[in-house]
Design a protein around this ligand. Structure first.
Ligand SMILES: Cc1cc2nc3c(=O)[nH]c(=O)nc-3n(C[C@H](O)[C@H](O)[C@H](O)COP(=O)(O)OP(=O)(O)OC[C@H]3O[C@@H](n4cnc5c(N)ncnc54)[C@H](O)[C@@H]3O)c2cc1C
Length: 424
């Protein structure tokens, strides 16, 4: 029984870890990655909410993962001139509510951890393998790579991101729109910014979100796209530079002491991306199924993207566990897989949609998309406070988070909000 995973991004690598824990020796896992290096060094940061930290723990990755993240302390909201709107210990409240913390990783470091911790990685992960064709045969799926090689599998999981080739294979795929774009990157921490904090500077049509550690700043500059154009999702370095120049003098710290230009000058890397939003209506066809950004894309303000992907991994792996390990099916038929995939999509679809909507709404609120949002951001949110949001808005997502049903946690932590899904 062979599963080919398309893409060694976070979703693909997490899926390989979960499948490797199935205790099913006949399972052969192969990851095909188009990049020359399976550990992608690009991108800025990725956040895991407490419910996802439970899965990190189940996969045995938590002790090493803890070494990679700062202990987040404060959440700060500022107006365009750097005047304080509110400051809170939001991150402590998240721990109080859900047991585990919100963990914020450098994307490259998380991918490196996932890759390095994968047993037999040299036999599993094949870099420089760009997939260019997918063909459904009688009871297998055939995958063609750009280098002329052809591989055969029982199942193909498309974890190949927002420009997925696996998605194009599905009969009714629809392109997502990007109403926002995001300039994100990493820079050294300039003097004048709080350590281990999330600092959000709100403005008309834009918002600058910083996550700081002891020595670095991860910056995400969100800007509303002028043309709501699904094509404008890939940008050049010159496009990134142009956005940075426009925001050069924009305040990003308290009292306007630090500007976006200060961060840009000290950047170690950066990139401009379109933030597509949407969930595909069909997640599978034949022996091909999608997970992660290939099937749902969302704005990144609330750091839900990877968490939603990790739940895909849990939902899919739990079902494969039931079929392969509990029911002892050695070579599932296409119709058995259709049932399994339909069940997987049914479990995931509305929750993925909820996450897309929640973070999309927050992006519009935080960028003062209309006068009501601007007024609420300036006068209502500071009074209501982050704690209300942590208790009554954000907690809906962690409480419903999925876990792997067949693995125990080594370091279970629980808070005041009960999880709906517990390991049995
Ligand atoms: C370069 C990059 C930087 C990012 N930076 C950030 C960030 O700073 N903050 C943030 O919140 N999110 C970022 N994201 C998005 C984030 O990684 C995802 O939202 C989330 O982690 C889910 O990841 P994924 O594995 O589903 O998709 P992705 O992270 O997009 O990974 C998909 C993988 O599939 C590979 N692939 C694609 N097509 C093929 C093909 N035809 N053949 C073989 N391999 C293929 C890609 O090379 C990539 O390694 C970034 C994505 C990318 C691609």
């Amino acid at each position: 029984m062979r599963v080919i995973i398309l893409g060694s991004g976070p979703t693909g690598l997490f899926l390989a870890h979960a499948l490797a824990k199935l205790d099913y020796p006949a399972l052969e896992i192969t990851i095909l990655e188009q990049r020359a290096d399976p550990v992608d060094p690009t991108g800025a940061g990725l956040g895991l909410w407490p419910h996802s930290v439970r899965i990190l723990d189940q996969l045995g990755l938590l002790p090493e993962a803890r070494k990679l993240v700062p202990e987040m302390k404060t959440s700060i909201h500022l107006d365009p001139r750097g005047r304080l709107l509110s400051e809170s210990t939001l991150f402590d409240r998240i721990v109080q509510n859900h047991g585990h913390p919100f963990m914020f990783f450098e994307r490259a470091k998380l991918i490196e951890l996932l890759y390095e911790q994968l047993e037999n990685r040299a036999e599993i992960v094949f870099a420089g393998k760009k997939v260019v064709g997918i063909h459904e045969k009688h009871d297998v799926v055939e995958v063609a790579c750009e280098d002329g090689s052809v591989l055969v599998a029982d199942i193909l999981v498309g974890c190949d991101g927002s420009h997925s080739i696996a998605r194009r294979f599905l009969p009714s795929h629809s392109p997502s729109k990007a109403a926002f774009r995001c300039l994100f990157g990493v820079s050294q921490l300039p003097a004048g910014l709080d350590h281990c904090a999330m600092i959000e500077t709100h403005d008309q049509g834009a918002m600058i979100q910083l996550l700081t550690s002891e020595d670095r700043t991860f910056f995400l500059l969100y800007e509303a796209n002028t043309q709501n154009d699904s094509q404008a999702t890939r940008y050049s370095d010159a496009d990134a530079e142009a956005v940075a120049q426009r925001f050069e003098h924009h305040s990003v710290g308290k009292e306007g002491k630090v500007t976006f230009g200060d961060l840009w000058e000290k950047r170690t890397r950066a990139g401009l991306f379109g933030l597509e939003e949407g969930v595909q209506s069909k997640w599978f066809s034949g022996r091909v199924v999608l997970a992660g950004d290939s099937v749902h894309k969302m704005t990144s303000n609330l750091a839900f993207g990877l968490n939603v992907s990790l739940e895909d991994v849990a939902a899919l792996t739990n079902r494969l566990h039931a079929l392969l390990v509990i029911q002892h099916v050695t070579h599932p038929t296409t119709s058995q897989l259709q049932v399994l995939f339909a069940d997987y999509q049914a479990e995931r679809y509305s929750r993925a949609k909820l996450c897309v909507r929640m973070t999309g709404l927050y992006t519009r609120f935080a960028t003062w998309n209309n006068v009501l949002f601007k007024w609420m951001s300036l006068y209502v949110a500071p009074k209501v406070g982050d704690m209300f949001v942590a208790d009554w808005v954000f907690s809906w997502i962690p409480r419903g988070g999925l876990v792997l049903t067949f693995l125990r946690e080594s370091d279970p932590k629980r808070g005041e909000v009960k999880y709906l899904h517990e390991v049995q």
